[in-house]
Design a protein around this ligand. Structure first.
Ligand code: NAD
Length: 255
């Protein structure tokens, strides 16, 4: 079944760029968008093979797909990605900011490098991508921007001062930009996942994982698919009037 023919083609006709589209959550978002009728550009940083695999997945839904390299912490690299997309894919109307890293450390031992890298990728990266694509997104008359933040940006977490600051920053950023772009019929929203079953979470030591599970009222980690479905909703016409919102996908861990 193609994305076009799907009875659930909720984002039909959209052209999306997913940063971090070769990561654990990003791949589910790419697949979700394509399965619901969107053409998708998959940004990759170091894992070209996985981005190429995702392009094949997009094409299986008879949607257009392309893999495009960029380092989001470098604004020049983001502009070069935009130029490549204009030549080889076209303009986008939807931007999903999913690229992100963590460099955890107990606060008094946190280095400048750990702080700078996390803020520069997670927060400045969103700035670079939004600024580079905002003109074409708003020109579409139905633009969508979704930032993938984290519940850690809402409730904090030991050892993650840098990550929490970057993820809270993504929320303030989205709210301010939502106000600026509302008159241009472009929405800017946030999805804040809790602990999702991905390599990032599988790295957590077992004892710590059990303690986390005890704090999740639903008693389980979320799936990348569950995060992707929230993104699809925010991109779909059903969410035309939703902007500046933070959609928690966390099994009740933070309310
Ligand atoms: P992941 O490590 O699998 O994916 C992260 C992606 O970001 C990768 O595709 C990587 O290539 C890309 N990336 C890293 N540095 C980059 C750079 N400098 N330039 C461009 N791209 C870069 O992680 P994930 O678990 O899939 O997480 C995806 C997003 O969701 C992240 O923003 C993360 O903070 C957020 N998140 C994850 C969880 C979770 O439980 N896994 C929970 C809440 C939020």
């Amino acid at each position: 079944m193609t994305g076009e023919d799907s009875p659930r083609a909720r984002v039909k006709g959209r052209r999306a760029l997913v940063t971090g589209g070769s990561g654990g959550i990003g791949t589910a978002i790419v697949e979700g968008l394509a399965s619901e009728g969107a053409d998708v550009a998959v940004q990759w940083y170091r894992n070209r093979a996985e981005a190429d695999r995702m392009v094949e997945v997009v094409r299986k839904f008879d949607q257009e797909g392309i893999a495009v390299q960029a380092d989001v912490l470098d604004s020049k690299s983001v502009i070069a990605m935009r130029d490549t997309l204009h030549e080889e894919f076209g303009k986008v109307d939807t931007l999903i900011n999913c690229a992100g890293i963590n460099r955890d450390s107990i606060f008094h031992r946190m280095t400048d490098a750990q702080w700078d890298e996390v803020i520069n990728v997670n927060l400045s990266g969103v700035f670079h991508c939004c600024r580079a694509f905002v003109e074409e997104i708003t020109a579409s008359g139905h633009g969508r921007i979704v930032n993938i933040s984290s519940l850690v940006g809402e409730m904090g977490n030991i050892g993650q001062v840098n990550y929490a600051a970057s993820k809270s920053g993504m929320i303030g950023f989205a709210k301010a930009l939502a106000r600026e772009l509302a008159a241009k019929r472009t929405t800017v929203n946030v999805v804040a996942p809790g602990f999702i079953d991905t390599p990032m979470v599988r790295k957590i030591p077992d004892g710590v994982k059990d303690k986390i599970l005890n704090q999740i009222p639903m008693g389980r980690f979320g799936t990348p698919h569950e995060v992707a479905m929230s993104v699809i909703y925010l991109v779909s016409p059903e969410a035309d009037y939703v902007t500046g919102a933070v959609l928690n996908v966390n099994g009740g861990m933070y309310l």
